[in-house]
Design a protein around this ligand. Structure first.
Ligand code: ATP
Ligand code: MG
Length: 381
């Protein structure tokens, strides 16, 4: 059982990407064993423990995978944790709860759940038909944002429509059998993110509010602290915690927020796992998001999430070509002072693929971000 004083726990991770990799590294540092299950070979999980590549939707595969584990967690909301047979659940904890994954996976159900709980979200409509979408867009006013209910990430399933023609084109391109989520465009002043680490018994800690900047709908930069007014900080933390409690999040849950011109915050979306906007916590906080994810799913004492440096900046290292990854530019990047480089072990580079990240720490936010940008720019995998 988790927490047994006589055995080092084994943590099972569904998924073989960078989030699983960094979670595993935190678990290994605490002396744990790690097992991965992924549907196809993945560089990031290699060399970190037992790796199983198999059909992860097969209950027998899941049973074999889960049996030696004390706890099973996910590195993606798409991991089929709900297929773990009930037999395994008598012995093994599965966190986050598959019910939480179910709510978060569907952007429509997620928005409706948060809104019903009285949490602030942009105006939205669950549109089954084109006519529903036109009606909602008229009601909200253009521009509007169309989002696939399921399966999108890094903005791939989204489109912004400035007028009826663009709405029509977006609907054609994105709509699935059950339609699309339509949101009013939120004229935010900036985007923020808050991570909450929460245990099965509800104990929790909340990370500092971070500023996030997307490029091509993809996270590019994260700066912590966000450098915003105290009232906005407090509101962001309060809203984030209530959102996580509403969906019953366990482990790390990330809350993406819009700060509006009037100082209100709206929730964009949740992620039931460690998140790109929390990578800075490895170097910049007393306890990283990955370690607190591990501690939380085991029901162990949570670590201090506060900053141990005045400021930190994280920049993603994104693929810029297609081919086999090489460490080109790594040594140059390592020469930049007070910068940590993380590469994810992905063998193949593709334009837009998240290959790694760099975090700089320092005392001045502008100078620190500049150093992080410079180091990331030097790396050409
Ligand atoms: P990711 O995987 O990067 O989180 P995603 O595919 O899940 O992305 P969203 O988070 O829904 O997509 O949207 C991506 C980005 O698009 C947001 O971070 C924000 O910059 C912009 N965006 C999304 N919804 C709205 C909105 N209603 N108003 C304004 N901008 C929006
Ligand atoms: Mg998002």
């Amino acid at each position: 059982m988790p927490g047994s004083p006589d055995a080092f726990p084994t943590i099972g991770i569904l998924g073989g990407g960078q989030l699983g990799r960094m979670t595993a590294m935190a678990a290994i540092r605490l002396g744990m064993r790690v097992r991965f299950l992924a549907p196809k070979p993945a560089g990031p999980m290699e060399g970190l423990g037992e790796t199983i590549v198999a059909d992860w939707t097969d209950p027998e595969v899941l049973l074999d995978f889960a049996a030696p584990c004390d706890v099973v967690t996910v590195e993606s909301e798409w991991a089929p944790a709900e297929r773990i047979p009930p037999l395994a659940l008598e012995e093994v904890g599965v966190w986050p709860d598959p019910a939480t994954l179910h709510v978060i996976r569907d952007k429509g159900l997620q928005k409706a759940t948060l809104s019903e709980a009285g949490l602030p979200v942009p105006d939205f409509a669950l549109c089954a038909t084109r006519d529903d979408a036109f009606e909602a867009a008229e009601r909200f006013g253009y521009p509007v944002v169309l989002k696939r209910f399921r399966g999108s990430y890094d903005g791939y399933g989204n489109a912004t429509a400035a007028d009826a023609d663009e709405l029509s084109a977006g609907w054609e391109r994105l709509a699935e059998d059950d339609g699309l989520l339509l949101e009013a465009w939120a004229p935010f002043v900036r985007e923020l993110a808050v991570l909450v680490a929460r245990r099965p018994d509800g104990e929790h800690v909340t990370y500092p509010v971070a500023f996030t900047e997307q490029r091509d709908h993809r996270c590019h930069a994260v700066v912590a602290p966000a450098g915003i007014e105290e009232a906005v900080t407090e509101q962001a933390r309060r809203v984030a915690l209530r959102a996580v409690e509403t969906v019953g999040g366990v482990g790390i849950t990330a809350v993406e927020l819009f700060e509006m011109p009037d100082g209100r915050v709206l929730i964009n979306e949740l992620a039931p796992r460690p998140h790109n906007t929390g990578h800075y916590t490895i170097e910049a906080c007393h306890t990283s998001q990955f370690e607190n994810h591990v501690r939380a799913v085991l029901g162990w004492p949570l670590g201090d999430p506060s900053l141990r440096v005045p400021t930190a900046a994280m920049i993603n290292v994104i693929g810029r070509r297609t081919g086999e990854a090489t460490p080109r530019g790594l040594t140059e990047a390592l020469a930049v002072p007070d910068v940590s480089v993380h590469l994810y072990g992905k063998r193949e580079v593709r334009p837009g693929r998240k290959m790694g990240h760099v975090t700089a720490t320092g005392t001045n936010a502008v100078e620190t971000r500049f150093r992080a940008e410079r180091a990331a720019e030097l790396i050409h995998l």
